[in-house]
Design a protein around this ligand. Structure first.
Ligand code: HEM
Length: 327
C-alpha cells in the first residue's frame, strides 16, 4: 500500500456514518488546523491526485478501535471515496432522504445548471498546499465575488428547501449544495449520484482567487486542478458539467455527453453566427491539449463512461476539504 495513513479521532470520510443531525456545530475556520482535521502532509499534488494521502496523527484513545473500524478504508484516495460511497449507499438514512426530497420540491430542470455550478464554486476553492477552501458552504459569504455572479438566485432556490429541513433537523449549506448538485444532474437525465452527508460549514469566506479563470489555457487548467487533487481525466470529466446551461452544448437542460461531441466539432472556429459563441475559452482550450483530447474522444464515444467518471469525480469534489461532523 502506498498511502501513509493514520486516523484522527473523527474526521476520516470513511468513518462518517451519519445517524443524527442534532450535533451540528459551526467551528471557526481557525479550528480547521486542529488535530480533528485530516491534513494532507504530502505537498505533492500529483501524488494526491493519484490517491497517496497522509492524514494527521490520532489524538485519542479511540485510535486503535477506529483504526480497525476504518481499516477497509485505508486505501488510495479513489478507493477511500468508494468506501465512503458505500456508507452513502446506506443513505437510506432519513437525513439524506429528507434533504433529497426537499431539494426535489424546489429544483426544476431550468434551475439545475445554476445549482450544479454552486458545487464547483463552493468546493473548487480547495488548495492542498495550505488545506484551505473546499466543500464547506462558504459560498454563501462569497456571492458578491465577480466569479460567483448569478449564483445568488441558486442559493435562494435552495434556501427554501433548507428552511424546511432546518425546522426538522439542521443541515449544513455544504450538505445542501452537495446533495442538490447531485439531484440537479439526475433531474436532467444524468447519472444517479449518492453522496454522504455530515459536512460542517465554515463561518467565513474562503481565500479569493482559487477558482480557475475562463481565460486559462489547458496547462493552466491542469495545474489548477492538480493543486486541488484532481487529475487531467477528472478535469475533463467534471468540465462535462458545461453540457448544462447556456453555452451551446446541446440542450441546456439535458445532462448528456453532447459537451464532448460539440467540442470535437469546434463550432467556435466558424466565422460569425451563433456557433462562434459556443463554449468558454477554457472549454476550447481542452481540445487543443493531446491528453485532454484523448478523454474528450472517449467521452464523446461512450456516454456511459462519461457518466461513470463524472459520478466518481463529483463524489470526490464534494468531499474535498470537508470537515465532517463528529459521530
Ligand atoms: C474547468 C474550469 C471551469 C471554468 C473556467 C468554468 C467557468 C464557467 C463560467 C465562466 C461559466 C458561466 C458561463 C456563462 O453563462 O457565461 C460557467 C458555467 C457553468 N459551470 Fe463552469 N467552469 C469550470 C468548471 C466547472 C465545473 C468543474 C463544474 C461543475 C462540476 C461547472 C459547472 C458549471 C455549470 C453547470 C455552468 C452553467 C451555469 C448556468 O448556465 O447557469 N463548471 N462555468
Amino acid at each position: 500500500m502506498t498511502s501513509i495513513l493514520s486516523i484522527s479521532n473523527h474526521s476520516l470520510p470513511g468513518s462518517t456514518v451519519i445517524s443524527s443531525f442534532s450535533q451540528i456545530d459551526f467551528p471557526a475556520k481557525s479550528q480547521r488546523s486542529s488535530s480533528s482535521t485530516p491534513k494532507f502532509l504530502s505537498h505533492k499534488a500529483d501524488e494526491f491526485a493519484a490517491g497517496h494521502i497522509a492524514l494527521s496523527a490520532p489524538a485519542s484513545g479511540r485510535r486503535g478501535l477506529l483504526f480497525i473500524a476504518t481499516l477497509p478504508c485505508l486505501l488510495p484516495l479513489t478507493q477511500i471515496m468508494d468506501c465512503h460511497g458505500a456508507h452513502a449507499i446506506e443513505s437510506g438514512t432519513k437525513e439524506y432522504v429528507l434533504i433529497k426530497e426537499e431539494v426535489r420540491k424546489v429544483l426544476s430542470k431550468g434551475k439545475a445548471a445554476g445549482v450544479l455550478r454552486l458545487v464547483f464554486h463552493d468546493a473548487g476553492t480547495f488548495e492542498m498546499d495550505d488545506n484551505t477552501g473546499g466543500m464547506n458552504g462558504s459560498i454563501v459569504y462569497e456571492l458578491d465575488r465577480p466569479e460567483n455572479s448569478g449564483l445568488k438566485k441558486s442559493i435562494k432556490v435552495l434556501q427554501k428547501a433548507k428552511t424546511q429541513i432546518d425546522a426538522i433537523k439542521p443541515v449544513s449549506w455544504a450538505d445542501m449544495i452537495a446533495v442538490a448538485g447531485a439531484e440537479a444532474v439526475a433531474v436532467c437525465g444524468g447519472p444517479k449520484i449518492q453522496v454522504s452527508v455530515g459536512r460542517l460549514d465554515s463561518l467565513e469566506p474562503d481565500p479569493e482567487g482559487k477558482l480557475p479563470e475562463e481565460s486559462f489555457d489547458a496547462s493552466g487548467l491542469k495545474k489548477c486542478f492538480l493543486r486541488k487533487g484532481f487529475s487531467t481525466q477528472e478535469l475533463v470529466a467534471l468540465s462535462g458539467a458545461h453540457t448544462l446551461g447556456s453555452k451551446g452544448f446541446g440542450s441546456p437542460i439535458s445532462f448528456d455527453n453532447s459537451y464532448y461531441k460539440v467540442l470535437l466539432e469546434k463550432p467556435w472556429m466558424s466565422s460569425g453566427g451563433m456557433s462562434s459563441m459556443i463554449g468558454l475559452p477554457s472549454d476550447h482550450a481542452l481540445v487543443e491539449d493531446d491528453e485532454c483530447l484523448r478523454w474528450i474522444k472517449k467521452y464523446a464515444d461512450n456516454e456511459n463512461m462519461f457518466f461513470e467518471d463524472f459520478k466518481n469525480a463529483y463524489v470526490k469534489l464534494v468531499n474535498t476539504g470537508v470537515r465532517w461532523k463528529s459521530l
